[in-house]
Ligand binder design. Structure first.
Ligand SMILES: Cc1cc2nc3c(=O)[nH]c(=O)nc-3n(C[C@H](O)[C@H](O)[C@H](O)COP(=O)(O)OP(=O)(O)OC[C@H]3O[C@@H](n4cnc5c(N)ncnc54)[C@H](O)[C@@H]3O)c2cc1C
Length: 413
C-alpha cells in the first residue's frame, strides 16, 4: 500500500516553547548525521525522542539492525519539555477506570503500568545510565475528582489489585509535607529522571550495538506491503526496512485512527536548586483534580511544578498564556508548600496528547502492513514509551505481548 502524503508523513506542530530545566544540562554525545543516501535495515524507528530511544535500544539488544530517523534531532521534541514524573499511577483513578471499562481490564492496565516503571528503572540501572534518576513515593491529594471518601475507595481498589498504598489524614499530611487541610493517598516506587538525558543515553547504547541515527531526516512517503516498507526521506533517498515503527509523539501519523486522542496545552515552572527546603522523602505530589497541579523535585533539589492544562491545541494561544500561567503556578506552588521558594528560574509551555482514558495506543497500524505505532498519549507518556518498547519488541521478535490487546488499534474501549 502506497501512502502519498502532502508534505510529511506526520502532523507538524510547534511542540514546546520556553526554556526547560533540562536544556542546559549535559547529555551523551551521539553519532548523528544527516540522511544522505538510500539504506536498508531490519527496523526503521521514526522519531528520536524518549519513545524512539527506548524502542531502538530494546530492538538493538534483540539483535536487529535498527535505523532511527528524526526531522529535528534526538530528544528535542516533547521529550525535552517533559517533567518526567515516571509514575505507575495513571491519571484516571483505578476505581474510575473500573467503572468505565470493567475491573479486569482496568486492573491489567494499572498493573502493566507498574511493570513498565519497574522495568525502566531496572533497565536503566542494569545499563549503568547516568540520567539523574531517583525512586520516589507519591502523594495524591484529595480534590474535585476524589474527595476524602473517594480517596479511601481508591486506596481499597489499589490494595485489591496488589498495590502498596497508605492513606494519610490532614494532620499527617501537614506533619510530613507542611500541606494543610488535605487527605492523601501515598504510593511507592515511582521514578524520575532527566528525560532528555535518558533519551540520549538509550540512543547511545543502541549506537554501540550498531544502530544508526539520522537527523535531519523527515519521512514524507510510505510504501508499505507484505514484503516490507519503503520510507521516502525528504529530498534525500529511501529507507527500506522489514518493519517501521512510528514513535513520532504528538505529531501523529496521518490517516490513522485517532483512538480518541486530542491535543491540549500545559505549562510548567522550575525553581533554582533548594535542597534544604525539600520535604524528607521528596515525594511527587499531585492532586485528584482536573486540571491538577503536580510537583516533583530533581536530585539536586530544584522544584518542578506543572499543570493548569487547557483543552485547546493552538500553540500561539498556548504561548500567549505563558506569563499568566507562570504567575498562577508560582502562586499555587507557594500556597501549597509554604516552606519552599517558588520563584521560577525556568518556565515553559508544551502541547500535550491525551484521550479520555489516558492510555496509550501501541501496535500494528491498520491497513499498513509491517507498520507499527507507539503513541504514548496521556499523563504517563514516558511510562507508556517503555510499555511501547516492551510490547513492540515482543511483537516483532516473539509471539506477541500478553497485554497487547489493551493498547492496540483494534481495542474497542
Ligand atoms: C510539559 C509536559 C510535561 C510532561 N510531563 C510528563 C510526566 O511528568 N511524565 C510522563 O510520563 N510524561 C510526561 N509528558 C509526556 C511525555 O513527555 C511524552 O509522552 C514523551 O516525551 C513523548 O516522547 P516521544 O518520543 O513519543 O515524542 P517526542 O519527544 O516528541 O519525539 C518524537 C520525534 O518524532 C519526530 N518526528 C515527527 N514526525 C516525523 C517525521 N515525519 N519524520 C521524522 N521525524 C519525525 C519529531 O521531530 C520528534 O523529535 C509531558 C509532556 C509535556 C509536553
Amino acid at each position: 500500500m502506497r501512502v502519498t502524503l502532502g508534505g510529511s508523513a506526520t502532523q507538524r506542530r510547534d511542540l514546546r516553547t520556553g526554556r526547560t530545566i533540562w536544556m542546559e544540562r549535559g547529555r551523551n554525545r551521539l553519532d548523528v548525521g544527516p540522511f544522505s543516501r538510500s539504506i536498508k535495515c531490519d527496523v526503521a524507528v521514526v522519531g528520536a525522542g524518549i519513545s524512539g530511544a527506548l524502542i531502538a535500544e530494546m530492538l538493538s539488544e534483540a539483535g536487529l539492525d535498527v535505523v532511527v530517523l528524526d526531522r529535528r534531532g534526538p530528544a528535542v521534541g516533547s521529550t525535552a519539555a517533559s517533567t518526567a514524573l515516571l509514575q505507575y499511577e495513571l491519571d484516571i483513578p483505578l476505581c474510575d477506570m473500573t467503572k468505565r471499562i470493567g475491573k479486569t481490564r482496568a486492573t491489567r492496565i494499572w498493573r502493566r503500568s507498574r511493570l513498565a516503571v519497574d522495568a525502566l528503572r531496572a533497565r536503566t540501572d542494569r545499563l549503568g545510565l547516568d540520567v539523574e534518576a531517583a525512586t520516589r513515593p507519591s502523594l495524591y491529594l484529595d480534590g474535585k475528582i476524589l474527595d476524602p471518601a473517594g480517596l479511601a475507595d481508591e486506596a481499597d481498589a489499589r490494595r485489591d489489585a496488589g498495590f502498596e498504598v497508605e492513606l494519610i489524614g490532614p494532620a499527617e499530611t501537614e506533619r510530613r509535607y507542611g500541606i494543610k487541610g488535605r487527605h492523601g493517598l501515598m504510593g511507592f516506587g515511582n521514578y524520575s529522571a532527566d528525560p532528555r538525558r535518558m533519551a540520549a543515553a538509550y540512543l547511545a547504547v543502541a549506537e554501540t550495538r550498531g544502530a544508526r541515527v539520522y537527523a535531519p531526516a523527515e519521512v514524507v512517503g510510505i510504501d508499505a506491503c507484505e514484503n516490507g516498507v519503503t520510507l521516502e526521506i525528504a529530498g534525500r533517498g529511501e529507507v527500506r526496512a522489514a518493519s517501521v515503527i512510528f514513535a513520532t509523539g504528538y505529531e501523529m501519523l496521518k490517516g490513522i485512527p485517532r483512538k480518541g486522542n486530542f491535543i491540549m496545552s500545559t505549562w510548567v515552572i522550575a525553581t533554582r536548586p533548594q535542597p534544604k527546603a525539600i520535604w524528607p522523602d521528596a515525594a511527587m505530589i499531585w492532586e485528584a483534580s482536573d486540571p491538577y497541579l503536580y510537583i516533583c523535585t530533581t536530585p539536586g533539589g530544584a522544584v518542578i511544578c506543572g499543570g493548569e492544562d487547557e483543552e485547546f491545541e493552538s500553540a500561539e494561544a498556548r504561548d500567549a498564556k505563558i506569563a499568566k500561567k507562570t504567575a498562577i503556578l508560582t502562586r499555587k506552588l507557594g500556597a501549597l508548600l509554604p516552606s519552599i521558594e517558588p520563584t521560577p528560574a525556568f518556565a515553559w509551555a508544551g502541547s500535550f496528547g491525551n484521550n479520555p482514558l489516558g492510555i496509550p495506543t501501541i501496535g500494528r497500524v491498520p491497513r499498513m502492513p509491517n507498520c507499527y505505532a507507539a503513541m504514548g498519549y496521556g499523563g504517563n507518556g514516558i511510562t507508556f514509551s517503555m510499555m511501547a518498547a516492551q510490547i513492540l519488541r515482543s511483537t516483532l521478535c516473539g509471539k506477541g505481548d500478553s497485554d497487547g490487546d489493551l493498547f492496540g488499534f483494534n481495542r474497542n474501549f
